[in-house]
Ligand binder design. Structure first.
Ligand code: BGC
Length: 870
């Protein structure tokens, strides 16, 4: 039977509200019949019908869509054997080009001048009556600041941290909420606004008022009555505002203070003032993913330590506590958050730096429930003070952007399975509206380098399309005229040292190339390359300029300028000081230039820009030649050896002829001498296992992967980690942090996804699933077997449907089950050295294991669609 499995509008399978005049529809199929092909597809959108010839996507080019309307779309498809399938989806348009009738409003009297703190919370109010029957009521709203809406005493929608974190002076999202069922005859709409990222204190220097000097709110409630008439209730000077509602204070890092005794009656409202935004920005319907609550955690242990109750949720994550309290009026409860405990069982908050990560809650009488709205924390443990354990129930919920699962990986090694879980939790904890470095201390910033290196792993695990595209839009907005990319996007006040964004910073700025490329490989949509091409080109040109700055001849291709402005081999565990990581930028920057320019050349080729293709190929070769000439003996041996310095040129294909094999041998030797412990910082970590395994050193790669000595991936697992650590040696065997003054000012987080970039190897080599053409129209499955792993299973959702590679080894027999989605093809490579061309369907193969030299064996296939022979 033919089935339409996925059907999306603008990458969403429900709830899409878009301002895009040409929304993109996408779908894929499933069939229980091998070799299924699609012979016809028709899309019906409203009254418009379109025959679709291409693969499963269509960019709307029908009659102009109207604003603020609901549409439905139906896809009808036929398979080669006459099977039919159909599926429908509905979506809505936003305000599109309609001007806002609402105006931004604020508290005109409030003057906020204090430094380093967040502003007072503002509450806006509108009371209104609806004396006719309502057929539909929709709110369109946004803010400078962070807002929460309550209509008639209930929270509107499920989103948190709205309007989201963007480069506000260029891009601002508005949200859309259908409130038809919430309206009564008399209504009160409340909007509570904290400073959020825009006005509140942010980045570790705790700057505030970066976007505007105080909060402001914009809203329109469109009501359609059953009699066909319409009314718009829009923000204007008729709204009221109060400072000092129940939210006494709110700050992203510090947390929230809440007084449950304060109701509307206790607040003194006055007239709101219309506010002229001091800049013009593009206000668009939310195009990122909403931040919502997901998994719920009950405490796995509750203990007392002094006057505190300590809750352990068994998992480190980004989220919020939910409190259920039997309280007495005026009782004060304090909740603190931490990722780790001190050996004496108290919360260890030493590494949160200036972030207070604290909730203060003042009770009213009776049963009450509370969850903060204007902050989030990175934590596994909380301490509660001021109430006895029998009068409070504490649960916690994970908060992150609504990314959907895109893949899974499991294998016979339980520690690696835990590593994979930790990688996924690292991603979820740091996908809070933007890709952040960490969710707990006074950063939570959009550090470019972290996602640049994690992007390949991210897109295997999660469908990151909307999430990353939203962020890249801000990167384009913030790229400097010189081509430099700020180290954090949105930079939102982070400008130290001032010259940084002007200078190109290797690997961190590389996010402008690596992130779009990773997403393109996952979904095959060239648009992300088109949209970001000029940014990539400007960035790579900046890299070339800085590489050549004050150097001459061939040396200008060796990027060796001002290591103090680079991050080099960031957090490499084999050298203890920050300055030593940075000094390695000569190697990392030159390799980065060779890699980004090579990718840019490939992208130029895809987009048909042949001059650029040739130009950047040459740039890449020049950088590679300079690396070989100045940093190696010309025969694959580094003059100064360290793991990352071998990994990058090997993985990026910078060596010539035999040099590559020599370099891989030297790397293997180095790794062996280091007892298979990891020695790479951020740049080398994603690629080291590939550099070994793809060059005849599979055993060394697996020895590293399965090593449990510090530093290694599984050492963290052995120490009970539930996420990925920022520092390989974040805890010693006694469970205390051994890191002293290394120049980074207590830069120790237990929830940084960067070194979880090894996840790419689990999918691409252990499960063996790798795209040959972008979007997996053709892909290969080539499991690499080793490390005592006797079975593995990888599944990846692609634009064509789910790919499955599930294999096991029993004795000397290898067997594998493969699923190839409709519309794609697979080349399967078995460990006996044979390879098979597969088309859509489910296939099973068995063969004899053979030594790594690929001696052929025998196999049986039950796959109807098998084309290859043996
Ligand atoms: C962040 C990193 C980031 C780095 C760059 C740190 O403080 O947490 O992950 O990439 O700074 O310097």
């Amino acid at each position: 039977m033919l089935q339409i499995k996925k059907f999306t509008v603008e990458e969403l399978d429900r709830g899409c509200v878009t301002d895009n005049e040409n929304p993109v529809f996408a779908w894929n199929y499933d069939s229980d019949r091998n070799g299924t092909t699609i012979v016809s597809q028709k899309l019906v959108i409203g009254d418009y019908e379109k025959e679709i010839l291409s693969d499963g996507s269509y960019t709307y080019d029908g009659p102009e869509l109207s604003s603020m309307r609901e549409y439905s779309a139906k896809l009808i498809a036929e398979a080669d054997n006459g099977d039919m399938a159909e599926k429908s989806i509905s979506f809505a348009t936003g305000k599109m080009h309609d001007p806002w009738s609402g105006q931004f409003i604020t508290d005109g009297e409030y003057v906020f001048k204090e430094k380093k703190i967040s502003p007072k919370v503002m509450v806006f109010r509108k009371k209104f009556a609806t004396d006719k029957k309502v057929s539909k009521a929709v709110i369109y709203s946004t803010a400078i600041g962070m807002y929460r809406l309550d209509l008639n005493g209930s929270k509107v929608g499920e989103d948190f941290l709205t309007p989201g974190f963007t480069s506000y002076k260029t891009n601002l999202q508005y949200q859309t909420y259908d409130v038809t069922d919430m309206l009564k005859e008399t209504n009160t709409l409340l909007a509570t606004l904290s400073g959020g990222w825009a006005v509140g204190s942010f980045v570790f220097s705790r700057v505030n008022r970066v976007t505007a000097d105080k909060q402001s709110f914009l809203c329109e409630l469109h009501i359609l009555f059953e009699d066909g008439t319409k009314e718009v209730i829009a923000t204007d000077a008729s709204w009221e505002v109060a400072l000092g509602g129940p939210v006494l204070s709110a700050d992203i890092y510090d947390g929230e203070e809440y007084d449950a005794r304060i109701g509307e009656g206790e607040m003194s409202f006055k007239k709101a003032s219309v506010y002229d935004l001091p800049f013009t920005t593009n206000i668009k319907a939310q195009y990122g993913l909403p931040v919502r609550e997901h998994e719920t955690f009950e405490a796995v242990s509750i203990r007392t330590a002094g006057d505190e109750i300590i809750y352990d949720f068994g998992q480190n994550f980004a989220g919020l506590v939910h409190l259920e309290i039997d309280g007495n009026k005026g009782e004060e409860i304090e909740v603190k958050h931490a990722e780790v405990l001190h050996p004496d069982g108290r919360l260890n908050t030493d590494f949160l730096r200036s972030a207070k990560a604290r909730i203060r809650y003042i009770c009213k009488d009776g049963h009450q429930e509370y969850c903060p709205s204007f902050t989030y924390m990175g934590f596994r443990y909380v301490s509660v003070k001021g109430i006895s354990a029998d009068r409070i129930k504490v649960t916690a919920r994970a908060l992150y952007s609504d990314v959907k699962d895109n893949g899974s990986f499991t294998c016979s090694n339980e520690m690696i399975n835990r590593l994979q879980e930790n990688i996924r939790w690292g991603a979820k904890s740091n996908f809070v509206d933007i890709p952040t470095d960490c969710p707990q201390r006074d950063e939570r910033m959009g550090w470019t380098g972290d996602i640049a290196l994690f992007a390949n792993t991210a897109v295997y695990n999660y469908d990151c399309g909307r999430f990353l595209k939203k962020w890249l839009k801000d990167m384009r907005a913030e790229q400097r005229a010189t081509g430099g990319i700020p180290n954090t996007i949105p930079s939102q006040g982070y400008g130290f040292p001032v010259t940084m964004p002007v200078i190109a910073v290797d690997f961190w700025g590389d996010a402008s190339v690596l992130v779009p490329y990773a997403q393109y490989m996952a979904d095959g949509d060239e648009k992300i390359l088109i949209d970001n091409y000029e940014m990539m080109k400007k960035y790579v040109n900046a890299c070339r300029f800085w590489a050549g700055f004050l150097s001459f001849g061939k040396r200008r291709h060796l990027w060796n300028t001002m290591s103090v402005l680079h991050f080099g081999d960031w957090v490499a565990p084999d050298v203890p000081k920050m300055s030593q990581w940075q000094k390695r930028s000569k190697w990392t920057a030159t390799a980065s230039l060779s890699n980004t320019s090579s990718l840019l050349s490939e992208i130029a080729g895809i987009l048909g820009k042949s001059e650029d293709e040739a130009l950047y190929k040459k740039v890449s070769e020049n950088a590679a030649d300079a690396y070989r000439k100045y940093l190696t003996d010309g025969n694959g041996k580094l003059k100064e050896e360290f793991q990352t310095a071998y990994v990058l040129p090997i993985y990026f294909g910078m060596f010539k002829g035999k040099e590559k094999a020599n370099a891989a041998n030297n790397l293997a030797e180095l790794v062996k001498k280091n007892d298979y412990k990891i020695g790479t910082g951020f740049p080398g970590t994603p690629y080291i296992l590939f550099a070994l395994a793809d060059n005849g050193h599979e055993d060394e790669a697996f020895n590293m992967l399965t090593n449990t000595q510090c530093p290694s991936w599984l050492y963290e697992v052995k120490m009970g980690a539930t996420t990925i650590w920022e520092r390989w040696d974040g805890l010693d065997e006694n469970g205390t942090c051994p890191i002293g003054d290394d120049g980074t000012e207590t830069m120790i987080s237990y929830n940084h996804y960067a070194s979880g970039a090894v996840g790419d190897f689990l999918y691409r080599r252990v499960a063996g699933i790798e795209a040959v053409t972008a979007g997996y129209k053709s892909f290969r499955i080539k499991p690499v077997i080793g490390g005592g792993i006797t079975s593995a299973s990888g599944k990846v959702d692609t634009p064509y449907g789910e790919i499955d590679s599930t294999w096991k080894v029993s004795g000397d027999v290898f067997s594998i089950e493969v699923h190839v989605p409709v519309g794609s093809t697979c080349q399967l490579f078995l460990p006996d050295g044979s390879s098979h061309h597969l088309e859509n369907g489910h296939h099973t193969f068995t063969c004899k294991m053979s030594p790594r030299d690929g001696v052929s064996g025998s196999f049986v296939s039950s796959g109807d669609g098998v084309k290859g022979s043996f």
